[in-house]
Ligand binder design. Structure first.
Ligand code: ZN
Length: 271
């Protein structure tokens, strides 16, 4: 699944290719448009120019003249600029000198077209928490969000209404670096834990973005980034391997259904 660093990489790659292009028409071959209805969507994007591409959480934000086109890649969404339409291409934007197509084998992706001045006030962006690099993300903010929660911290890091962009892989790595047991409850997380979570969230996501930025040449980016970043994972996918710090054996468990890896010695629960 593309996580924040992968989406950031897709954004940067697409920016080099489609900024300034005017959408002549759009074909929706499989309806992935959440809002508005598909006919309105097709009508409204016509003759809009792609001015910029931004990212908020794991949403790509194509800035058009009058709207933002939001795109969430979910499990397998990808963008391509080559010509042939294949059976997993679901939305095709036609420019006067080429196309941009959205491909999604699992069909879980979603698109939204929203008036520019309302984009942050409406769903889905209105539901999102702070970006990892937002100045407002500090231990007071995080402690306040966690203090009444009985859920495990692993699940709360995945909750996009608190901090955006942390996925399953990065949550394990952040908790390992922070020396926090993934099952520790939100209400048990102290200020020092919060400081560590914020520090390592930034550090780990930044390094993943840097790696993505150097590997990606096409839009088939998520796999490439994953492959490369996996060489640098400390505990995720390392069940049975030795902890890089204390040489204990890394274990795998499930936390609310998500595969979770940690070092039982470095990440003790209850102390
Ligand atoms: Zn250890």
């Amino acid at each position: 699944m593309p996580e924040l660093p992968e989406v950031e990489t897709v954004k940067n790659t697409l920016k080099r290719q489609v900024i300034g292009k005017k959408i002549i028409s759009v074909d929706v071959l499989y309806n992935m448009i959440d809002k508005p209805d598909v006919e309105t969507f097709k009508k409204l994007v016509k003759n809009q120019t792609i001015i910029d591409i931004k990212r908020r959480g794991k949403f790509l934000m194509f800035e058009l003249n009058d709207y933002y086109l939001l795109s969430h890649l979910r499990m397998e969404g990808k963008y391509f600029i080559d010509g042939n339409i294949t059976r997993h291409d679901h939305v095709v934007f036609h420019f006067d000198d080429g196309i941009l197509k959205y491909n999604d084998t699992r069909k879980f992706g979603k698109m939204y077209l929203i008036d520019k001045d309302k984009v942050y006030d409406e769903k889905p962006l209105s539901l999102l928490g702070l970006e990892p690099w937002d100045d407002k993300l500090n231990s007071d903010y995080l402690k306040d969000k966690l203090k009444n929660k009985r859920l495990p911290i692993k699940s709360l890091l995945l909750d996009q209404s608190i901090i955006v962009g942390i996925g399953n892989i990065y949550a394990d790595e952040i908790l390992f670096k922070s020396r926090i047991n993934p099952l520790k409850r939100g209400c048990e997380i102290d200020n020092n834990d919060c400081d560590n979570i914020i520090k390592y969230t930034r550090e780990i996501l930044e390094s993943a973005i840097k790696m993505g930025g150097t590997t990606i040449k096409s839009y088939e980016s998520s796999r490439g980034v994953h492959g490369r970043f996996q060489d640098n994972l400390l505990v995720h996918n390392h069940e049975g391997d030795k902890c890089p710090d204390c040489k204990s054996i890394v274990v795998k468990t499930k936390v609310n259904g998500r595969g979770t890896y940690y070092c039982p010695k470095c990440q003790k629960n209850g102390d």
